[in-house]
Design a protein around this ligand. Structure first.
Ligand code: SF4
Length: 330
């Protein structure tokens, strides 16, 4: 008897490749079992964080595999319609080809508006429904009440790509990495899932010959690591950005992150709207008051409404601690 796709995803232990790493089989199963008049699929191609571009690579080179993955989801959960939610540039560049490949299947292309928060799953549901660009309270989770209050399966482009590979028996425990920043060969590389950051840099001939910091998991909220901390896999969306310590302007970098978050948040809640603004102010003045910073980070993490605000301190905190070490000559 042929094994069903959810069992295959479970056996392969495929984790979502959008950043959160939720087990794909569990997600598909939840939507399959959820009760609802209709069920929806959303392929999230919003790829909104700086320095992450592996979904663009997959859409460019393997759009049919992504569509095959969506077809498998249709069968597995019994969905009515699928949406491919595309970042503006991807909509412009790949929309035509995708439409041709889709033919008359019930798969709709939806163009994402500007804004980092527009890639959050409940915001995506709101936007497709024509509502405000704001996250929803969870629970209910979208697997129960997502798009139009119906059970919704949302996965990232890479997850659908690998669902197709798993179904064909071609999955080899790999993932895609976006390697960028001050490196010799920036690009997207497919390497083992468990490769350490150091291995990815070495195997792609990108290990720096200068003092550096690495940012992993996204170019605005990703963790900041020094070279003695590269012995673990790159988490999140699998991006690795290298900063040259001889050239880096830490304050400018923090200002850029704050600008990105301020332009990309939804202004719904005070800790995020006000807190990130205050971080930007301090970075612009090149004066970080430790007490203020600690207070803002604490508020962001504990009182923000959604993951954008809660995760915002990660990169700032990492960089500030590294700055202290660098200044102290450690
Ligand atoms: S933390 Fe608040 S302001 Fe920031 S994006 Fe989320 S809901 Fe919007």
């Amino acid at each position: 008897m042929e094994t069903d796709i959810i069992s295959k995803l479970k056996e392969a232990n495929l984790l979502g490749r959008g950043g959160a790493g939720f087990p794909a089989a569990l997600k598909w199963e939840l939507v399959k079992k959820a009760e609802g008049e209709k069920k929806y699929i959303i392929c999230n191609a919003s790829e909104g964080e700086p320095n992450v571009f592996k979904d663009r690579f997959i859409l460019e080179h393997y759009p049919q595999e992504v569509l095959n993955g969506i077809d498998l989801a249709f069968e597995a959960i019994g969905a009515a319609t699928a949406y491919i939610y595309l970042k503006h540039e991807y909509f412009q560049k790949y929309g035509g080809r995708l439409k041709k490949l889709i033919g008359n299947k019930p798969i709709v292309l939806f163009e994402k508006p500007q804004g980092y928060i527009a890639g959050e799953e409940t915001v995506i549901c709101n936007l497709i429904e024509g509502r405000r660009m704001e996250p929803r309270q969870r629970p209910p989770f979208i697997s129960d009440k997502g798009l139009f209050q119906c059970p919704t399966l949302m996965n990232n482009v890479e997850t659908f790509y690998f669902a197709s590979k798993i179904n064909k028996g071609e999955y080899k425990n790999t993932r895609f990495y976006s390697v960028n920043g001050e490196v010799k060969k920036p690009g997207v590389y497919e390497l083992p899932l468990q490769a350490t950051i150091e291995q990815v840099l070495n195997e792609t001939n990108n290990y720096p010959q200068f003092d550096f910091l690495a940012q992993v998991g996204g170019g605005a909220v990703g963790e900041i690591l020094s070279k003695d901390e590269l012995g673990k896999p790159a988490g999140g969306a699998g991006s690795i950005t290298i900063y040259n310590l001889n050239k880096i302007d830490c304050y400018k970098l923090m200002e850029n992150w704050a600008d990105f978050l301020l332009n990309g948040n939804c202004d719904k809640c005070v800790p995020c709207r006000e807190g990130i603004y205050r971080i930007k102010e301090m970075a612009a003045k090149k004066k970080l008051n430790k007490e203020d910073i600690d207070l803002i980070f604490n508020d962001l993490e504990k009182a923000s409404f959604c993951a954008l605000g809660r995760g915002a301190p990660t990169a700032f905190r990492g960089l500030i601690s590294k700055m202290e070490k660098i200044q102290n000559g450690k």
